[in-house]
Ligand binder design. Structure first.
Ligand SMILES: [Zn+2]
Ligand SMILES: [Zn+2]
Length: 432
């Protein structure tokens, strides 16, 4: 079947709103007005306003788990599909030099003023989900079922998806049969990829406090030195990956931050370690976590700590596992709609570099999910660095220079949401 006569592509191309006219300006607005995690108030209000304007029959639920919102479009019998976009920005100072660059600063939840930027491309996600919602709303006589447009806050903290679930998301909206989402990445704009199975590692962040006894640096015999305790703990933690994890498997145990003391002649009471742990499967994840606790406790005891160490989980992201069957259906639809040459769709996308909390929206209700990636890098820049043999030399997510080229990135993002939803909802596809 060629690109034009496939039924999904026909619906998408005849109902896609005018992206240049309507959605490029909306994207620029979101890009220039980013908000930090848990503080996405104006962003959520803008999404709600746009969604109720373009899709008047959508039942809107706002303020879910903070500034999360979900729109439900009921359109007859059939499957229920949830499409997810995340909406938070990052404390990064934009250096893209673009006309629509963010100059915004925001006081974060700790009361510290931070530069703020959509450095992870969540502005692409929400703009494209709004455009896809309009497309699917306008084409609702061609499909049957229920759509949920889910705009999730606080992804960067790994807390938004869980917060929405805990705040009763699935009491407010119907339980979806499938949960779908995507992310813009430093890949050639115009490309899109899916992957079966593991899509992103888990990530657990811990803040550990080691309790010593401070005092004059000249009198170590009267003290319990938390710096030595921290140093030996950090060294011993290195043995988890090298000595306890199967060499055929892999994991990361990084101590990214140590805080202890202030002056040369004063030993502090406590030392704080901030740890970042990653794993590729649930068994290794729990093994690494328990090994960290065992070592921290033992080193604390070996040093004569005045009390047991304290552990605080500061972030945690689950493993992102793409369901095989769901992903296989996407492979077929995406392949037909986008084509499968080198610069279009691939079913062998790379795993994400970081982690995601998207999967919680599905695992919380025991439903399957799939998460795809698409390129945002200007094709000219991409081809140039590839030709010069430095393919890693493009701005990546969370960089002050990460600014996806708007087209064709936005169109791929919109089409991917719409094609994916129609894979479950288009009447002509039912019973296939
Ligand atoms: Zn990010
Ligand atoms: Zn992101």
């Amino acid at each position: 079947m060629s690109k034009t006569d496939n039924p999904i592509s026909k619906v998408v191309s005849t109902h896609r709103p005018d992206l240049e006219q309507e959605y490029v300006p909306l994207y620029k607005h979101f890009h220039a007005h980013p908000e930090l995690s848990h503080q996405e108030k104006e962003t959520a209000a803008k999404i709600a306003e746009h969604l109720s304007q373009k899709c008047p029959d959508v039942e809107l639920h706002t303020g879910i788990g903070g500034h999360g919102l979900a729109g439900v479009l009921k359109n007859g019998n059939g499957a229920t599909v949830l499409l997810r976009a995340d909406i938070d920005g990052l404390p990064v100072e934009e250096k893209s030099g673009l006309e629509w660059a963010s100059k915004k600063r925001m006081v974060d939840l700790e009361g510290v003023e931070k530069p703020t930027m959509h450095a992870c491309g969540h502005d692409v996600h929400m703009t494209s989900l709004l455009a896809a919602a309009s497309l699917l709303y306008n084409s609702r006589d061609t499909w049957s079922g229920t759509l949920i447009f889910c705009f999730q806050p606080a992804e960067e903290k790994g807390q938004g998806a869980q917060a929405m679930v805990d705040d009763g998301l699935y009491d407010k909206v119907p339980i979806p049969d499938v949960v779908l989402g995507g992310h813009v990445m430093p890949m050639r704009a115009g490309t899109l990829g899916t992957k079966r199975g593991l899509m992103a590692s888990s990530a657990d962040s811990l803040k550990v406090t080691l309790h010593g006894k401070g005092g004059h640096a000249s009198q170590p015999h009267r003290l319990v030195d938390p710096v030595v305790m921290a140093a030996s703990t950090v060294m011993r933690l290195q043995t988890i990956v090298s000595r306890e994890v199967d060499p055929a498997d892999t994991a990361v145990v990084t101590c990214a931050c140590i805080i202890a003391g202030d002056a040369e002649n004063v030993v502090a009471d406590n030392a704080i370690l901030k740890l970042d742990l990653r794993a590729l499967n649930a068994e290794t994840r729990s093994k690494v976590l328990s090994s960290v606790k065992r070592i921290v406790n033992a080193e604390s005891m070996a040093s004569g700590a005045v009390q047991d160490p304290t552990f605080e989980t500061t972030r945690n992201f689950p493993l992102t596992i793409n369901d095989d069957e769901v992903t296989q259906r996407l492979e077929e639809s995406f392949g037909e709609h986008f084509g499968t040459d080198d610069n279009s769709y691939t079913s062998s996308a790379a795993k994400l570099g970081g982690s995601e909390d998207f999967g919680i929206l599905a695992t919380a209700i025991g439903k399957p999910s799939s998460f795809w990636t698409y390129g945002g890098t200007d094709p000219k820049l991409w081809d140039k660095v590839a030709e010069e043999g430095r393919p890693g030399d493009v701005p990546i997510n969370h960089s002050a220079l990460f600014a996806p080229v708007i087209m064709p990135t936005l169109q791929v993002a919109v089409d991917a949401y719409a094609v994916a939803a129609l894979t479950w909802l288009l009447e002509e596809m039912m019973g296939l």
